[in-house]
Design a protein. Structure first.
Length: 116
């Protein structure tokens, strides 16, 4: 699994390095996402089956960076999940299951163009 650097997280999300360090620790599994805030724990409790670990991590990250929750979409790289900022051009946290990696990017950079 791959993760963005603390510097990339801090710079692109415009957050303090301590928070960026916490986000990376959630991504790499050194901190249990269910122990950070309440969203991840509530998400796990609401599921009949165990959710994907990366989705639980995204819920914890979403709460910490104060986004509108976690969404799924089909990106130019395949299926993905991300912390929804409600702004296609704002940087946020993505997870790409096919690549097994977290990325910091903008929704507009990854969304498939419409096929009108």
């Amino acid at each position: 699994m791959s993760y963005p650097s603390i510097k990339t997280i801090s710079d692109r999300l415009n957050i303090h390095r301590d928070l960026a360090r916490l986000l990376k620790s959630i991504m790499d599994g050194s901190i249990d996402p269910k122990t950070v805030g309440t969203d991840a724990l509530e998400y796990v409790g609401s599921r009949f089956l165990d959710p994907e670990e990366y989705t639980v991590k995204l819920y914890a990250i979403s709460e910490l960076i104060q986004t509108g929750g976690v969404e799924k979409f089909n990106s130019i790289h395949g299926a993905a999940e991300y912390c929804n900022t409600d702004n296609s051009y704002a940087y946020t946290v993505f997870y790409f299951p096919s690549d097994r990696c977290f990325r910091i990017g903008r929704y507009a950079d990854y969304v498939k163009p419409s096929e009108d």
